[in-house]
Design a protein around this ligand. Structure first.
Ligand code: CTP
Ligand code: CA
Length: 226
């Protein structure tokens, strides 16, 4: 019943996908992370490869195997992810599915030790680069730049604001509030938010969301070229 991806729908295209969390080092043994599993981003990379694209998947630390048919680059931090994305361009499509850490700390080069009677350390957070916004504004901007918006309230409104602020063509928005089971789970309920409107999909397995998204991306690319 699902719209299967036409084989060859993305033949000749280069698709760059980011997936997973990033890890931001505090010191050589500690880091800041988030709960992203990478399941949705990896499924998108796999579906794009099945559709015939050359796929570069740039992923943070995940517990998943590399999807078949993709060139996979493993990174840790947001800054490493940005550098790998810049290396991977040019591309026809960029899909930013990674849960990039918004902030990092100025990492210590040695393990931070507990000193007898000393206060607990505190850390000043520094903002990370915005990979999606940077790709959307690059000289060699991909024709199609797609972001994600994981929200816990006002999903569509926040997605519209992100679409405008980051200068991308499409935002895949979803509700990740507690109880939705989306973060780390196998299913996703996606809303495709573009400047012309919103297309809401039912709750589907992440693989099915990936297939539908890849089919839509192929359509949009073809429309742009028509
Ligand atoms: N993103 C990115 N680089 C960042 C932060 C976010 O590329 N430093 C991308 C994500 O991969 C996603 C989109 O931007 O495609 C939206 O991420 P999100 O965290 O929802 O947006 P933020 O702008 O960080 O807003 P907030 O976390 O405050 O909701
Ligand atoms: Ca964020």
């Amino acid at each position: 019943s699902l719209p299967a991806v036409e084989p060859g729908a993305l033949a000749g295209r280069h698709v760059v996908v980011t997936s997973g969390p990033t890890h931001e080092a505090i010191d050589p043994v500690r880091y800041i992370a988030n709960r992203s599993s990478g399941k949705q981003g990896h499924a998108i990379a796999a579906a794009a490869a099945i559709a015939g694209a050359r796929v570069t998947l740039i992923c943070g630390p995940v517990m998943l195997p590399d999807p078949p048919g993709c060139d996979v680059i493993h990174v840790e931090s947001a800054r490493d992810m940005l550098a790998a994305v810049e290396q991977a361009l040019p591309a026809d499509v960029f899909v930013g599915a990674a849960a990039v850490a918004d902030w990092r700390v100025e990492a210590a080069t040695q393990k931070i030790k507990k000193e007898q009677g000393a206060e607990a350390p505190s850390f000043a957070l520094v903002e990370n680069p915005d990979i999606l916004a940077s790709v959307a504004r690059a000289q060699n901007r991909p024709r199609l730049v797609v972001g994600f918006a994981a929200e816990t309230t006002n999903v569509i409104a926040h997605a519209r604001e992100k679409l405008a602020r980051k200068g991308c063509d499409l935002i895949v928005a979803n509700d990740v509030s507690e109880g939705s089971g989306v973060f780390g789970g196998d299913e996703n309920e996606a809303h495709l938010v573009s400047p012309i409107g919103v297309e809401s999909w039912p709750r589907l397995r992440k693989e099915a969301v990936a297939e539908r998204l890849v089919a839509r991306l192929a359509e949009i690319l073809n429309e742009k070229e028509a």
